[in-house]
Ligand binder design. Structure first.
Ligand code: GLV
Ligand code: MG
Length: 346
């Protein structure tokens, strides 16, 4: 393991120093765009105003014969669009593919200064992050890029889940992680063809009561992995996300999956369809009632010390910190989204 002092040194002469703290950035939804399609690229300036992150997808769902068109299309849309405070990310092809080297070299060379985060699929261990980390430092130095490009891993193989803690702490360039339920299901030989969400056969049966029909309650297939990912991320000061929800016709199930992830500690999810943007906005913005209560706590305990009672509930140092998490997030939401800001009274 690297010594702490070495950990924060740039990996190439002339590369920017790694961040010690992640930039404060609202990332409730990572909106996927297939950049080989001109019709989709044309919508990007509009979409960029509605979402927190625009991601040009180069990996799965892009046909093999369109990989180069997707890469060129992403570079074109990145150059042509003013993203303002909206994040610009790309999901590159996986490290054992024939496309990934050109993805990284061309994209960083042409629009590296505008790119916030590279999403790296099928990460199996820290070694995958180290490879990209070193290559990015070399390219940042070569192209005089002033701020580090961050790495976001997709947790979507059994080996990746086994190594999740090493992945989370592999580099100061780590931004966070997303659960990839489709590839992960395949990697683990789970018996589902769904992309995220529950399964009618994954349930707990109520106790038998004579001949009466027994109720069955569906369980969350992803609970264990999300919990493991959240702990690995929180322990390393990086951000956990739920990934894709594939059934675009079931908005309620999508909302429920996103909400479970939010309550477990995730900060955002992927939106693969425009209807999922509003769901993510609703779920991953703090609740106005919670914000109002959190503001009361901060007002009653300006320096966070001691203990007070508010509406019959005990408040102390720990709840002051919880309140601060919520109010800090509400302020970031309000800055990006004045409508939500009004509901918070900020
Ligand atoms: C996402 O990439 C997934 O495999 O679910
Ligand atoms: Mg995948």
């Amino acid at each position: 393991m690297k010594l702490p002092r070495q950990f924060f040194k740039p990996l190439a002469i002339g590369a920017p120093a790694p961040y010690r703290e992640l930039p404060v950035q609202l990332e409730r939804m990572i909106h996927f765009v297939p950049p080989h399609l001109e019709k989709m690229r044309a919508k990007v300036p509009d979409i960029a105003k509605q979402v927190d992150v625009v991601l040009g997808n180069l990996e799965d769902a892009i046909p093999s014969d369109a990989k180069e068109a997707a890469r060129r299309g992403f570079i074109e849309m990145a150059k042509a669009t003013d993203f303002g405070a909206t994040g610009l990310w790309t999901r590159i092809n996986c490290l054992n593919s024939p496309w990934v080297l050109d993805d990284i070299v061309e994209i960083v060379g042409e629009i590296g200064a505008k790119l916030d985060v590279i999403m790296l699929p099928k990460v199996e261990g820290a070694w995958d992050v180290h490879y990209l980390d070193q290559l990015l430092a070399q390219l940042e130095a070569k192209h005089a890029i002033g701020k580090p490009i961050l790495i976001h891993a997709i947790l979507e193989t059994a080996e990746g889940v086994k190594n999740v803690e090493e992945i989370a702490s592999a580099s100061p360039r780590m931004h966070g992680m997303s659960l990839g339920p489709a590839d992960l299901a395949a990697s683990r030989a789970m018996k589902t063809t769904r992309v995220g969400g529950g399964h009618p056969d994954y349930k707990v049966l109520a106790d038998a009561d004579g001949d009466k029909p027994r109720a069955g309650y569906q369980q969350d297939l992803w609970h264990y992995t999300v919990g493991k990912m959240v702990d690995a991320c929180a322990a390393n000061g990086i951000k956990p996300f739920y990934g894709p929800f594939g059934d675009f016709s079931d908005l309620a199930a999508c909302e429920s999956q996103f909400r479970n992830a939010f309550l477990q500690g995730c900060v955002g999810a992927w939106s693969l369809h425009p209807t999922q943007i509003d769901i993510a906005k609703r779920v991953f913005s703090p609740d106005p009632g919670e914000v109002a209560f959190a503001l009361k706590i901060l007002e009653a305990m300006p320096d966070g010390a001691g203990a007070v009672m508010i509406d019959g509930k005990m408040q102390d140092d720990a709840t002051w910190k919880q309140a601060k998490v919520i109010v800090d997030l509400a302020r970031i939401v309000a800055a990006k989204d004045p409508e939500m800001g009004k509901t918070y009274g900020l």
